[in-house]
Ligand binder design. Sequence first.
Ligand SMILES: C[S@@+](CC[C@H](N)C(=O)[O-])C[C@H]1O[C@@H](n2cnc3c(N)ncnc32)[C@H](O)[C@@H]1O
Length: 207
Amino acid sequence: MIEKEIWEKRHRESTGRFHRPTAFSRFVYFNFLKDKKGKLLDLACGKGADSIFFHNKGFSVTGIDYSSEAIKQFNETQKRYDIFLGSFVKDITKTLPFEDRTYDVIYSRIGVNYFNDNTTKELFKEIKRVLKSEGLFLFQVKSVNDKDYGTGKKIEKDMFQDDEGYIRHYFSKDYAESLLEGFNILMIEERAIPGKSTYLEVVAEKK
Ligand SMILES: C[S@@+](CC[C@H](N)C(=O)[O-])C[C@H]1O[C@@H](n2cnc3c(N)ncnc32)[C@H](O)[C@@H]1O
């Protein structure tokens, strides 16, 4: 099964779940975003729970994800609550369909750790291009210290594919820093959730 079909299936099978804002969205909002306003891009937004959280906090939000099932459920939630956000089916490994310096904030929760090194580098360049100067890029990815690191077939350094076909690229602090040329890193921290995942959480400001 190709990666995209895995995500379509996961989103279909979890209909009605994952509709609450995540701990990461609340953490970054209260620590870095509560005095900010403007345009926010949620990369690989899934069913949009975090996008809706930021919308409710006053941001003008666009969410993109390549799963049409996720965006369908996101749109149904918007209809139910009578709200309107931009939500599009889009593969984030392709050129982002936005002008230079469009966004004040770019956010991604577990959305940028699926791609090989070259694609990840290109994606980070695109993120920098569409972010305004002094704009914030806030993201959470799986860490190299995650319990699942090393499971499955090795694709590249720190990147593995499991039997189902699901691919993960685990980030070290050094790797994240190397991708963030042209940014001031305001926070880079590992967060270990006992018995569950270990994440790397990063907040960076474009120079
Ligand atoms: C772990 S989920 C996170 C969803 C959401 N950010 C959240 O926290 O609930 C990862 C998401 O990445 C999306 N995704 C994976 N590869 C993608 C790509 N190349 N372009 C856009 N979205 C992608 C999947 O469809 C899925 O919704």
